[in-house]
Design a protein around this ligand. Structure first.
Ligand code: NDP
Length: 285
């Protein structure tokens, strides 16, 4: 039997509609328009596409987006100064610095400079710490989007075995915490895991966030499992593929996300959600 195809495009479109309505209400009731500043240093083509998509999504949801482009050779100190300026700007409720930045810029220090209350990516150590200690506020967009997809798909999480492949700060680690809070029993795998398939094949929920096309094959998946493919890999022929060998895994899994059209659209929708939430919190202060 073929698995249910989890439609991230539709879930994201529904969410964006909901956010658009909330933005409109916020404007009517409080006269405030959420503002997101996106800083792009250099001209990396992939980053340019991501940034363009973010601005477009903001516009469609009624969020004011500010496009800040800095030349490739901008010194680190100038990027820091720009972020500090945005921290002080009352019309900016969310700040995002598109990563990776050119070599001379220290990404970690840039993230640490963003005011935690404007850190819509949720990468600042304060926001990471809040998530770890069970007081989540600004949660990284991709794992938050995965949780939303599981929710709209009606997946029961309590007591389930969840395996996450990949332990990055932006996906794997926060994903583990979010699944733990929903009472899953969580296993995290990475490049030094000895027998990957031993861990993946007992998972009721399997999340792969690695960046290796076709890493997860049918024999690594438990029958009926929910498989979430976070990976985005550009193949030699220019097409996009996830970490999961979709065509074979769909014959074993109960539900699976496609790439493209699965987790990807959720990430941008959650960026809008985080910007809206940051704006609402700013009104409370
Ligand atoms: P990172 O490179 O930061 O992390 C990759 C993780 O995978 C690491 O923890 C690494 O282990 C682990 N890993 C690498 N090779 C293997 C292997 N053979 N077996 C098991 N684990 C392995 O990547 P990101 O977390 O930033 O991104 C992961 C993927 O998700 C990428 O394809 C990226 O493009 C995509 N992505 C998609 C998003 C979306 O919106 N859908 C958003 C963000 C990312 P170790 O720690 O030991 O090195």
């Amino acid at each position: 039997m073929s698995a249910e195809r989890i439609d991230g495009k539709k879930a994201a479109a529904d969410l964006r509609k909901e956010i658009g309505a909330e933005v409109k209400k916020l404007k009517e009731e409080h006269g405030v328009t959420p503002g997101l500043a996106v800083v792009l240093v250099g001209e990396d083509p992939a980053s340019q596409v991501y940034v363009r998509n973010k601005h477009r999504a903001c516009k469609n949801a009624g969020i004011e987006s500010r496009d800040i482009r800095l030349p490739e050779d901008t010194p680190h100190s100038e990027v820091v100064a720009k972020v500090k300026e945005l921290n002080e700007d009352p019309q900016v409720h969310g700040i995002l610095v598109q990563l990776p930045t050119p070599e001379q810029v220290d990404d970690e220090e840039i993230i640490n400079t963003i005011a935690p209350e404007k850190d819509v990516d949720g990468f600042h150590p304060v926001n990471m710490g809040k998530l770890l200690s069970g007081q989540p506020e600004m949660v990284p967009c991709t794992p938050k989007g995965v949780m939303h997809l599981l929710d709209v798909t009606g997946v029961e999480l309590e007591g389930k075995e969840a395996t996450i492949v990949g332990r990055s700060n932006i996906v794997g680690k926060p994903q583990a915490m979010l699944l733990l809070y929903e009472h899953c029993t969580v296993t995290m795998c990475h490049s030094r895991t000895r027998d990957l398939s031993e861990h993946t094949s007992r998972a009721d929920i399997l999340v792969s966030a690695v960046g290796v096309p076709g890493l997860i094959t049918a024999d690594m998946v438990k029958e009926g499992a929910v498989v979430i493919d976070v990976g985005i890999n550009r193949l030699d022929d220019g097409s996009l593929a996830g970490d999961v060998a979709y065509d074979e895994v769909k014959e074993v899994a109960g539900a699976v996300t496609p790439v493209p059209g699965g987790v990807g659209p959720m990430t941008i929708a959650m960026l809008l959600r985080n910007t809206l939430e940051a704006t609402k919190r700013s009104l409370e202060h």
